[in-house]
Design a protein around this ligand. Structure first.
Ligand code: PEP
Ligand code: MG
Length: 659
């Protein structure tokens, strides 16, 4: 039984040390799991420290939640205490404002540590060891050392450089065994930078002038990174990120901070993180990640998208203080229900294993739809395609029954390497994906960085509103040195299969015309050089309200639309897709968003072009009938959702036919 009550805390000076300890003592006398929720943070009421970290003041309202057989008794006693009625007070005596919010069906209590609630990032259940990736970003204040300490401080700094190089050597050997050539280059390049005289020299000079090694490292390293960031060449600017990484790692070694590096992720574990950048994700060994728990992100953030692509259960936007996560050793995580239990006891672990077995069984039941050709009742063949972020995902996509690629997010390949991929490297990747799927179609989206996918050195200065800023096609049109090599690589690769090029973040017809003009110029240049190029279809993403509202006009200039419901939802609802607090608004099934989708579809049908959906809504079985009804003929989604979506298409036809 789960009970929840709002309580205004009437304790003198709030839940400071003593009342917190008293409350924890009282909570421990109940078998139920008891939590206190303040705003977006939750604390286990059986832990004095956790209660104190919530900093609840007198007169503040909190939510008390009890989950277990003795929840009513726990609720009554703890509410009375919090309301100022003393340990043995009753609710009637206490001046509490109490209101019952929810009563769930009885269920077994989940024991162990804290219950951490978030939102579903990716369905499924995981239980096992946790890998905690929480970086301490605080900068040390400069400290003066006395001249007699200089020699020892210099030695400490040189040892730190050696420690870093040894760690990079080990990583290089491991990666070489794993044949990830791009990563070997990354590590080798970083190793070189770490020993570069431009970095090491000025740091040693500062130490010789009596500055401590850690702050000297941060001062010099970050200033050098800023210099790289200012270079007027996208390829060199990416080194700024490497330099910041080296500086942080050296600084951490000097400060004795535990080195949390995703490279150390070497055993199957559940990854626990605050924010995971697209760069972190690109470098993460996903085959070892059994689950994901992040405090940032929403259901359509890139963390969630990547988790779904790899079928990894994920809880995102977890409402928990970062400090409470640092000590977590293991987790039981339910991605579907959007919560996790920290350090679960044996009984909880067993229950989660059972849930996992049931979820696996349910998945297997839809697997038989993976290779059907899904048709609607009027005989329309619906293309159920895959969203991928690298050529490495092609095999998984094919075996899940993908009938093509509906969205290849190319930005991840730009984030992975030591430098931006050259035209030739891009050509090889695109050709590989196109040949693997030929004669099926492959939609390759041109670079869509910015927003929650910044690319250091390319994205430019930090912006006040990155999602409303210089991203996607806006940035590419301004940077031909970035855009043209991609367009050339695409045109050359087109000879290997059926290529559809798609431009992201379109909000105005002028952008479509300019992008098409760049494409035509690249084709003319290639032909003049005597290079082979293939035919392509050209389409755009409909992911801004402006594009949806002007769909009819835009449709006259392209071969297809693909509706990006993730961004279309955040822009229509004015609700940041990465902000878990806004999950209530960030809903693709909101009437405003549905109207936008319907408008886009109507615009496409009127102009006689085809329309697909490549946002996460494409895999939402509750929405598929609506999308098909509006004329969508292609649905592209995370690979793990394909069989279930095909089943929904097939059943939609049957259901309507029978009606
Ligand atoms: C979208 O916005 O729906 C989309 C598919 O693009 P991305 O998620 O990469 O922004
Ligand atoms: Mg988008």
């Amino acid at each position: 039984m789960i009970l929840e009550q709002r309580v205004t805390v009437m304790l003198d000076e709030g839940l400071h040390a003593r009342p917190a300890a008293r409350l924890a003592q009282m909570a421990k006398t109940f078998a139920s799991q008891v939590d206190i929720v303040k705003g977006d943070r939750t604390a286990n009421a059986k832990s004095t420290v956790k209660i104190m970290l919530l900093t609840v003041k007198e007169g503040e309202e909190i939510l008390l939640r009890a989950d277990g057989a003795d929840a009513p008794a726990a609720m009554s006693e703890l509410c009375a205490f919090l309301g100022g009625g003393g340990a043995n007070g009753t609710m009637a005596q206490a001046e509490t404002k109490v209101e019952t919010l929810a009563e769930a069906a009885p269920g077994p209590a989940e024991g162990g540590g804290e219950r951490i609630t978030g939102v579903c990032g990716s369905e499924g259940v995981a239980v096992g060891p946790a890998f905690v990736y929480l970086l301490d970003r605080t900068m040390p204040a400069p400290r003066r050392i006395v001249p007699s300490e200089v020699e020892a401080e210099l030695l400490r700094f040189r040892n730190a450089v050696l420690t870093l190089c040894r760690a990079l050597d080990e990583a290089t050997v491991q990666e070489a065994d794993g044949a990830a050539a791009a990563d070997v280059q990354v590590f080798a390049a970083i190793r070189e930078l770490a020993q570069d005289v431009e970095l090491v020299g000025p740091i040693e000079e500062r130490i010789a002038a009596c500055q401590d090694a850690a702050s000297a490292t941060f001062d010099v390293g970050l200033a050098l990174a800023d210099r790289f960031a200012g270079i007027d060449d996208a390829y060199f600017r990416t080194r700024a990120d490497d330099l910041r990484g080296i500086t942080r790692r050296l600084g951490d070694i000097l400060l004795g901070r535990r080195d949390v590096d995703l490279g150390a992720f070497s055993e199957p574990s559940i990854l626990v993180a605050g924010e995971l950048s697209a760069l972190d994700l690109a470098r993460l060994p996903m085959h070892l990640v059994t689950g994901l728990l992040t405090t940032e992100g929403g259901p359509t953030s890139h963390v969630a998208i990547i988790a779904r692509a790899f079928g990894v259960p994920a809880v995102v936007g977890a409402r928990v203080a970062i400090d409470a996560l640092r000590a977590v050793r293991s987790l039981a995580l339910d991605g579907t229900a959007g919560y996790a239990i920290a350090d679960p006891d044996a009984e909880t672990q067993a229950r989660f294993r059972q849930k996992k077995a049931e979820a696996d069984e349910a998945r297997q039941a839809v697997e038989r739809f993976a290779h059907v050709e899904p048709r609607t009742r009027d005989g329309r063949l619906i293309e159920v395609a895959a969203n991928i972020g690298s050529a490495a995902e092609v095999d998984a996509a094919l075996s899940s029954g993908a009938m093509g690629v509906g969205l290849f997010r190319t930005e991840f390949m730009f984030m992975r390497g030591a430098s931006l991929p050259s035209e030739q490297e891009q050509y090889r990747t695109y050709a590989k994906v196109l040949s693997a799927f030929a004669p099926r179609p492959v939609v390759i989206r041109t670079l869509d960085i910015g927003g929650d996918k910044p690319l250091s050195g390319v994205s430019g200065e930090a912006e006040a509103n990155p999602f409303l800023g210089w991203r996607g096609i806006r940035m590419c049109l301004d940077q031909p040195d970035l855009f043209d090599p991609q367009l050339r690589a695409l045109l050359r690769a087109a000879v290997h299969g059926r290529l559809r090029i798609m431009f992201p973040m379109i909000s105005d017809i002028s952008e479509v015309l300019a992008a098409k003009a760049s494409l035509a110029a690249c084709r003319a240049a290639l032909e003049a050089e005597g290079q082979d190029t293939g035919p392509v279809e050209v389409g755009i993403m409909i992911e801004t309200p402006a594009a949806a509202l002007c769909a009819r006009e835009l449709a006259g200039h392209v071969d297809f639309f693909s509706i990006g419901t993730n961004d279309l939802t955040q822009y229509t609802m004015a609700a940041d897709r990465t902000n878990a607090r806004l999950a209530r608004l960030n809903r693709v099934d909101h009437p405003a968003v549905l109207r936008m989708i319907e408008l886009a579809c109507a615009g496409a049908l009127e102009a006689g072009i085809w329309v697909g959906v490549c946002g996460e809504a494409a895999g939402d079985v509750a929405l598929i009938p609506k999308l098909l009804g509006w004329g969508v003929t292609e649905l592209s989604m995370s690979v793990s959702l394909i069989p279930r979506a095909k089943k929904a298409v097939v059943e939609y036809g049957q259901g309507v036919a029978a009606a």
